[in-house]
Design a protein around this ligand. Structure first.
Ligand code: PMP
Length: 398
């Protein structure tokens, strides 16, 4: 019995420490960017990844309702054992077409897509050497770890370092270069043209995580590679349905032979229940809508520019103005948490503090995500609230 108590006590202590990192916030109802909560009443949300508001778009909701009426709730099984529905198949075809690739494979999340696809692509090829950006997402790290392939980590967006590492590896070895396009925490954009050029020179296959870019960038929402005319230069593109497309789920798109390998071997594809048909139907409606409509992308870009301008005027430092992810640099974990708590208590403004280990110590941020469904007046109110608290807590101005 005492061993059990010790086990529980130790885990409980670690958990309590981690839980203190986050504001507890139970959303009860409300449509983004507002919500009702039990403890804080009505709040406005500034850290959602539903960047384009597609989670409430009428076309998306109508498609979901139709699919529920047609197919019911759950998918009933894994993709290979009874769980595949015509919406999954249509969505995979649409995503392949969006990215100009031969095929695409759906997963139940972006995390599962990276974990599954990378563990297969890097792991099923003998002696593969993988080159991965130092700040790549946990799902990329886990996929590469599970692949067992040898890893070479290059400094964030540092092409000279990437090239140095590539040049030190036997030219005969199969190679894979992995990067995000819009970085999830910093909001900066990887130098994709240079990465693709270097990778090609060293004969490396390329994998780009466009989770924070699909829907938001490119003429049809296919992401940064497409926006820069580089889509063909990336062998595999990975995306999520949970951010710009407002649903849940993830995918990879690429050459048929690689996608077949992912379907055949990725454990996070094979050994789990497929997405509910209504989620696939909602995502399909979102992808189709955003291929044909620039309106949401333009609103997001305009709102991000307003936020950048207001923060700059007040000397509130942020990490990058290259995308819609606006990481306000606080640089100290207690200050960051205090700021987040005060914003909620005083102003009903909800933005989570992001502390280590999600970001390096000393780079603690408020990761602010304006969206296409915020109004310019909302952004002004948000910055005024932040500015007041910034002054009160004596945070440094840039
Ligand atoms: N890649 C990156 C860069 C991410 O930021 C995230 C999640 N925020 C994922 C993958 C996982 O995506 P999902 O939330 O769909 O699991």
């Amino acid at each position: 019995m005492s061993e059990y108590m010790d086990f529980f006590a130790r885990l409980g202590q670690e958990t309590a420490e981690r839980k203190r990192e986050f504001l507890e916030l139970g959303r009860i109802a409300g449509r983004f960017p507002s919500a009702d909560t039990a403890d804080h009443g009505e709040i406005s949300i500034w850290c959602s990844n539903d960047y384009l508001g597609m989670g409430q778009h009428p076309d998306v909701l109508a498609a979901m309702k139709r699919a529920v009426d047609e197919c019911g709730g759950g998918s009933g099984g894994s993709r290979n054992i009874g769980g595949t529905n015509h919406y999954h198949v249509a969505l995979e075809a649409e995503l392949a077409e969006l990215h100009g690739k031969e095929d695409a494979v759906l997963f139940t999340s972006g995390y599962a897509a990276n974990e599954g696809a990378l563990s297969v692509l890097a792991g099923r090829i003998d002696d593969c050497a993988v080159f991965s950006d130092q700040l790549n997402h946990a799902s990329i790290i886990d996929g590469l770890r599970h692949s067992g392939a040898q890893k070479f980590i290059y400094r964030h967006n540092d092409c000279a370092h990437l090239e140095k590492l590539l040049s030190g590896v036997d030219p005969q070895r199969p190679k894979l270069v992995v990067t995000e396009s819009v970085h999830s925490m910093r909001g900066d954009i990887a130098p994709l043209a240079e990465i693709a050029e270097i990778a090609e020179r060293y004969g490396a296959v390329t994998f780009v995580d466009e989770v924070h870019a699909v829907g938001m960038y490119g003429p049809e929402g296919a992401g940064i590679a497409a926006q820069e005319g580089l889509a063909p230069a990336f062998t595999v593109v990975m995306g999520t349905l949970a951010k710009g497309f407002g649903m849940t789920g993830g995918y990879v798109a690429g050459p048929a032979v690689l996608m077949d390998a992912v379907r055949a071997f990725a454990r996070s594809f094979i050994f789990t229940t497929a997405l509910p048909p209504a989620v696939a139907a909602g995502a399909l409606a979102a992808v189709r809508h955003l291929r044909g409509s620039r309106r949401e992308r333009e609103r997001l870009a305009a709102n991000a520019a307003v936020l950048h301008g207001l923060l700059r005027n007040r000397g509130i430092p942020f990490l990058s103005d290259e995308s819609h992810i606006v990481s306000v640099l606080v640089g100290e974990d207690r200050l960051c948490k205090a700021m987040s708590a005060l914003l909620l208590e005083r102003h009903g403004v909800y933005v989570q503090a992001v502390n280590a280990p999600s970001v390096p110590t000393g780079e603690e941020i408020l990761r602010v995500a304006p969206s296409a469904v915020h109004e310019a007046a909302d952004i002004r109110r948000f910055v005024e609230a932040l500015d007041g608290i910034w002054a009160e807590l004596g945070a440094p101005r840039g």
